[in-house]
Design a protein around this ligand. Sequence first.
Ligand code: G6P
Length: 597
Amino acid sequence: MCGIIGYIGKRKVADVLLTGLKNLEYRGYDSCGISFFSNDEIKSIKSAGKIQGLEEKIKNTEIEMGHLGIAHTRWATHGSASEMNAHPHTVSNITLVHNGIIENAELLKGELLEKGYFFQTETDTEVVAALIDSYYQGDLVSAIFKAENRMKGSYALGIIVKGESDKIYAVRKDSPLVIGYGNEEYFIASDISAILEFTKQYVLLEEGEVAILESSGVKVIDSNYQEVVKKVLLADIDAERQSKNSYEHYMLKEIMEEPILLENLIKMFVDSEKMVISNLPDVSKYEEIHIVACGSALYAGEVGKYLLEEKSRIPVFVSAASEYRYRSPIYSHKTLVILISQSGETADTIAALRMAKDRGIPTLAIVNTESSTIAREVDDVIFIKAGVEVAVATTKAYILQVAILSLLSLKAAIAKGIIRDSEMSFLFDEFISLPEKIQEVLHRNYQNIAKEIYNSSTVFFIGRGIDYTMCLEGSLKLKEVSYIHSEAYQAGELKHGSISLIERGTPVIALITSEELKDKSVSNLIEAKSRGAKCIVVVTEKTEIEEVLKIVVEELSSFTQTLLVVPILQLLAYEVAKLRGCEIDQPRNLAKSVTVE
Ligand code: G6P
């Protein structure tokens, strides 16, 4: 979703801003722009579409650029993805970039129109610029605080003002913003990965604070105009780890990282000799668990439900955060709410977390980004340590989220004393052997299967039990990156309606790894085949099924099978998208970090 970068220092401002914008590309965007001071005047250059277009315009401009500027990648919310609607927006004295959504923008716009402001764009951001300008009488900090009192919604703002060519102002609410500290140079960024080439030192701007960046230093003040002493943090990531290395796409690189990341996760949490899972909370004391998340994290939660119920016999309810936050969930005095989020910044998941906390319910998060809002606000947090995930469609983070949920289920089963020693020892052995097994399936070639799919207009994934939960993620991945319509169905449900969509040649991908349900799933597949479906199966060695395209995987227990099968589905989605010539790392309309509702 939208990205912000701002710079003040001795480097050429356009170079820094373009580097930052390129680093933010992964979040997903549809237009971009920069503003800077040129001989004390604020100038802007914007472009609809990709950063290359903006770069061309900057190259061809004759306007002199100084050493201070702000820039933005926009993911359209209010108004189309046009150059006109691209940020920065200028109203009178104020020029700003904005991440987030102002919910009462229409109301504020009405008031500002009455005051004589007029608007050129359809954006809520232009309203923010006008609102701040309406309060501005030479003291921008005061104008910002007054505007904050009026705005409802989420925002991270980078602001420059006419007549102050040596200052960038920054403020935020419910949308992250960091301040980077370099050597006599300072940055604002929506996340630290945008500026890693320049510095790893940063502070997190908190709500209610305003940062003022000057070439001589940064001052952060609170709403009482008191200076706040901020703790400077060091980012635990390097620019190198963010590069594609020799891979054609980040998505492929990130899938290929799964074995080593899982191995690292095992080192962090598993002592297979002693059969102990350490450094993870014991969830066995809870009588029910609510898992709340969005997108792939939600589907990781579906696997978690299956495992927690099967292994540790704790009832689990899985909800999309966007629904959960507006329901009235029933909590018992022994409910735990687990939030799952790669970014830790997904607006709906944050809202669900805050709702549970307000009700006094214990919360646990499974998160990748350590400095994120969820990681900071939740009662207890488990970091998956996936490193930066750049491709918009998540892959490695999903795998590590599932791995954590598997370990939580096993740990709870052990704590409850409901797992036999022999099974426990089997599962530990199986778990630690996974990285090697995943490595093997990732080095196979799935292009022949991809060729059977890539020209189709619709694909079905079917499965029962835990196989169905894997279908959810396989189907989501395929539609996200290849733009082929795809649905995941419980195999037994297909005949209750959707089988009418199956025509000669429609690919039906059946996951049949669950031993006790395999005969049922095979029957469902044959029903589809009899209606002309092109059948592709992911099966274990033991499942005999003729005349279909097969991907054979080793049979594992339900505890680990997902971690071997879903990497295959991720790679398959990747290969299909590649054959279709899609923009794999930044699929259209999608955003990496969804910071608005
Ligand atoms: C976006 C991403 C998905 C991700 C979802 C939840 O839609 O494109 O890949 O699964 O957000 O994100 P989170 O950061 O909360 O895991």
